[in-house]
Design a protein around this ligand. Structure first.
Ligand SMILES: C[S@@+](CC[C@H](N)C(=O)[O-])C[C@H]1O[C@@H](n2cnc3c(N)ncnc32)[C@H](O)[C@@H]1O
Length: 267
């Protein structure tokens, strides 16, 4: 939506609000005070809802323009493909910044992530330009896994990343049954220095991200760090608290978009 059309919408809401107010006198006279009160409440609720939608659309436009400006700069300055857009299904920009900071500070030799996409491309670019090491990116969906491979190939980053497609399968993990990435596809994944937990899809089942630590705990290096996206959700909060208690891990909360938690093994 352009700024012009959002300005027009705002003008329409204001005109509508004024008309509603002026029209209320004959309405009270026609339908009586109780019905007019009900209509008034409905009108105000509708107005607030519509105003909220405009604000959200304006926010989206602003964000998208901001990212497009960064893309344009990147193309001019580096002759490089822009990164896939942040937010929504993809990692938010503030999560990327946190991952970037941790990667530069800790120099992980092996990054493993659950849920491929923007984060994969971002981390691979970072490793190529400023670091060393490799990435294993795990995706349950063959199409998304291929899309990530394609994005990596387009940027010449495919030698740094192995994208593993491990479909979700109901399996027994530490005595309980969970739908999680098919563990048989993950047998070779070890020596993990940074683990990003951003999959499977949060809404797919209760505690659907919980198996990550039971499965990978024995494959973490001594100073490994675990980053959990969407940590503000009830499920993830409970999961992270349980991991911290059950596996003796220090826990840090980060007030990012959707929340993030960072766990490290207690020494
Ligand atoms: C939260 S996403 C992972 C995002 C990834 N870390 C990134 O930064 O782009 C979890 C999974 O959702 C799936 N996914 C990604 N984009 C999607 C979309 N637009 N609609 C449905 N599923 C999507 C992929 O299979 C991905 O592994």
């Amino acid at each position: 939506m352009s700024n012009d059309s959002s300005a027009k919408r705002l003008r329409r809401f204001r005109t509508g609000g004024a008309a509603l107010f002026l029209g209320s006198v004959p309405v009270i006279w026609l339908v009586g005070p109780a019905a007019a009160y009900t209509l008034g409440v409905i009108g105000v609720a509708a107005y607030l809802y519509a105003r909220d939608r405009v604000t959200r659309e304006q926010y989206r436009t602003l964000r998208s323009q901001n990212e497009a400006a960064l893309d344009a700069r990147r193309i001019i300055d580096h002759g490089a493909f822009p990164l896939p857009r942040a937010g929504g299904w993809a990692a938010s920009s503030d999560l990327l910044a946190l991952l970037g900071e941790l990667t530069l500070a800790r120099r992980p030799a092996h990054i493993v992530e659950l849920g491929s996409g923007l984060s994969t491309v971002f981390l691979a670019e970072l490793l190529r330009r400023h670091g060393h090491g490799r990435i294993t990116s795990i995706d349950h969906d063959a199409q998304y896994a291929e899309q990530t491979r394609e994005r990596l190939r387009a940027r010449g980053l495919d030698d740094l990343v192995t994208v593993v497609c491990a479909p979700i399968r109901e399996q027994e993990i530490e005595g309980a049954r969970y739908p999680w990435y098919d563990c048989e596809q993950l047998e070779d994944v070890d020596c993990i220095d940074l683990l990003l937990v951003d999959g499977p899809i949060g809404s797919s089942a209760r505690s659907c991200r919980y198996p990550a630590l039971p499965v990978f705990k024995g494959r973490l290096s001594a100073d490994a760090v675990i980053v959990v996206d969407d940590a503000d959700r009830d499920d993830e909060r409970a999961m992270v608290a349980a991991w911290s208690a059950d596996y003796g891990m220090d826990l840090e909360w980060h007030a990012l978009d959707g929340g993030a938690a960072v766990l490290t093994l207690r020494r």
